[in-house]
Ligand binder design. Structure first.
Ligand SMILES: Cc1ncc(COP(=O)(O)O)c(C=O)c1O
Length: 398
């Protein structure tokens, strides 16, 4: 199998300054930002330095609304349904806080929640007596929709949560199927799209979810410190609002009363790093320019080649073989200590993530193995990057 890099992707790699310094397979952690994202942030930082932070935001109100339109368009949403947040976990917490849980209320979670989400659900359990019921997975690794339907019928949950692309393996869940079950049963549906955002076209209308959370810095290639929460019209018209709105999310009428603002902005805080938001907006515009369908197709080529090469690599095991197909590849070896191997990769400027099992205690593959090195490619990875990675992993077990 040969693997080449057509011109478009070479050009995009050339626009990525970090690609000439490191071998980056940590896009599920934080991707390398392209030049236009860096420029957008530097431009706004400069303006803030020259005329003042409040004044810079006021002067660029048109550009700021464009950030919302660009970010919203990457998930098929309208700008009014988007709240910009500090990160995906922040978005998730704001959404959870808008539901007035009572003791005994049920949240159904698809087979594997991201660890921080699970901690938040457990915190709701501890404080409000919410019950968490887990929906099982099929042999394919995706959520069992029939079982989910039966659980919803039996438990009458307030909310169903799921993860589009898992953090610890390449399983891509059928979130549209989950959304359809929830819509039929009239249950709120929340999707964590942190790892799918930026790597494929997403349509929140098609998924039929009520909340969708994501982050800027992963496959979308934006900066750290920004995220988004999509909020459906249904949720907004039902009057759901976060537990702690501030004076951006709500208007104080007098000493005793406030009302939430229109639209998803009721889920936002007043204070933002506008520099970061400009980077996020530029990353969304950059991805839209390339085309998320094209990104998905190229990423599939890189991922298929890399997965096949890793499966053949002596001494190493691809933990999600048979179920995972996406560009998050967990590998393990019995011939060494994962943390030490990861340290050595870092020293060689080969970027990956070391995942201990407590990061994904509901992923049976990871729990059995104890740890994984997570390899997450992007469209800008070159054949030479892959050779360097394979060589270093080979050396680590020889
Ligand atoms: C599936 C998933 N959800 C949520 C998060 C949390 O994102 P953030 O760190 O932006 O809060 C991550 C981070 O790795 C993730 O992989």
């Amino acid at each position: 199998m040969t693997f080449t890099m057509p011109d478009l992707w070479r050009r995009l790699r050339a626009e990525t300054p970090g690609a000439s310094h490191v071998v980056h397979f940590n896009n599920a952690g934080a991707a390398l930002m392209p030049g236009p994202v860096i420029d957008a942030m530097q431009k706004h930082l400069q303006l803030e330095a020259e005329i003042g932070g409040y004044e810079a935001a006021r002067e660029r109100t048109g550009d700021i609304s464009e950030i919302y339109s660009n970010v919203a368009a990457t998930i098929g949403a309208r700008a009014d349904n988007i709240a910009l947040t500090a990160n995906a976990t922040d978005a998730y917490a704001r959404a959870l806080s808008s539901i007035s849980f009572k003791p005994g209320d049920v949240v159904v979670a698809a087979w594997s929640e991201y660890a921080s989400n699970q901690i938040q659900l457990l915190s709701l359990q501890k404080r409000f007596g919410v019950r968490i019921v887990r929906a099982p997975a099929l042999a394919s690794g995706k959520t069992d929709l029939e079982a989910l339907d039966a659980i919803i019928k039996r438990e009458q949950p307030r909310l169903v949560v799921s993860v589009h692309v898992n953090t610890s393996c390449g399983i891509i869940d059928d979130v549209a199927g989950i959304g359809a079950v929830c819509r039929r049963r009239d249950v709120l549906c929340m999707v964590d799209g942190c790892q799918s955002f930026g790597q494929m076209p997403i349509d929140v209308e098609e998924i039929a979810c009520d909340f969708f959370s994501a982050t800027s810095r992963k496959f979308m290639r934006g900066p750290r410190g920004a995220g988004l929460l999509y909020v459906s019209d249904r949720v907004l018209s039902e009057g759901l609002e976060p537990l702690f709105p501030d004076l951006r999310g709500a208007e104080l009428e007098d000493e005793k009363r406030y009302h939430p603002v229109q639209g998803a902005k009721r889920f936002e805080d007043w204070e933002f790093s506008y520099v970061t938001l400009f980077g996020f907006g530029a990353a969304a515009a950059y991805a839209r320019n390339i085309g998320l369908d094209r990104i998905e197709a190229r990423l599939a080529e890189v991922n298929d080649y890399l997965r096949a090469s890793l499966q053949r690599l002596p001494g190493w095991r691809v933990l999600d073989e048979g179920v995972g197909a996406g560009p998050i590849i967990p590998v393990h070896t019995e011939a060494g200590d994962g943390a030490a191997i990861h340290r050595r990769l870092c020293e060689q400027r080969i970027n990956t993530t070391y995942i201990p099992k407590m990061w994904a205690p509901m992923d049976p593959r990871l729990v059995d193995a104890g740890w994984a090195i997570r390899i997450s490619p992007h469209y800008y990875n070159s054949p030479a990057d892959i050779d360097v990675l394979l060589g270093a992993l080979g050396d680590a077990v020889s």
